[in-house]
Write a protein that binds this ligand. Sequence first.
Ligand SMILES: NC(=O)c1ccc[n+]([C@@H]2O[C@H](COP(=O)([O-])OP(=O)(O)OC[C@H]3O[C@@H](n4cnc5c(N)ncnc54)[C@H](OP(=O)(O)O)[C@@H]3O)[C@@H](O)[C@H]2O)c1
Length: 245
Amino acid sequence: MLLAGRIILVTGGSRGLGGAMVKAFTREGARVAFNYSSNDADAQATLAAVETAGGFARAYKCSVTDRAGLRSMVRRIEEEVGPVDTLVNNAGVGQVLPLALMEEEDWDRMMDIHVKGAFLTTQACLRGMVKHKRGTILNVSSLAGVRMVKAPVHYCTAKAALRGFTESLAKEIGKYGIVVNAIAPGLLDEGVADNIPATNKADYEANCALGRTGTCAEVAELAALLLSSRNTYMNGATILADGGI
Ligand SMILES: NC(=O)c1ccc[n+]([C@@H]2O[C@H](COP(=O)([O-])OP(=O)(O)OC[C@H]3O[C@@H](n4cnc5c(N)ncnc54)[C@H](OP(=O)(O)O)[C@@H]3O)[C@@H](O)[C@H]2O)c1
């Protein structure tokens, strides 16, 4: 039980990587709250899977772009689950689009969900962590934000920004006993990668030492380890999980 006694908020925890993390973290003994923005059926399916496995999870419908909504959600989580000591900024969207055809709204939506979303959710949880002088934050970046890979420019820019967010925040709040790291998965077999062209996927597999895309469950296992008390001195780091590119 790597995460026994922990109270974790996973943003975008209804499916994909977030859903896999909710399942892995509850299996490791954590009480988990997650949010999502629109798809109730996915959230219910994840809750049902956790319940079947004997874990504890609660779902909250609230966009990571809604500052007031996030604040009241965190208050409700404190009452219904407990004070959040661990936050995973995972919510995200993909959009396959060349820069030349990108509308301003496309750019803003990508930045709002990935970058502003991490800022707003972290701010909503931070007061409690500072008060308890304890906290762990894991931001979900991407190989696309760390290396030069074929991926949409607004997506890569947002994921690279999360690396800066991770490093600067780690420096700022380490004095309160709060650690901040990021995980940067390579191409996974579901989620935001669903719509990428088949040639990009073939390229990835050809260049990956393991010769395959990863699974959400594999990355979730690594996230559980990174968040656990087995990992106390890593801070401000971005850890790649890409099968070897
Ligand atoms: N899949 C990959 O290959 C891959 C690789 C590297 C990094 N990542 C990163 O992993 C993270 C999860 O991606 P995924 O592939 O698991 O995607 P996914 O299957 O599409 O899941 C995205 C999750 O985010 C939620 N979400 C989207 N917009 C939201 C908003 N405004 N507020 C709150 N929740 C929101 C979705 O719920 P609703 O639909 O209900 O809103 C869903 O729970 C993202 O940050 C992504 O960039 C993915």
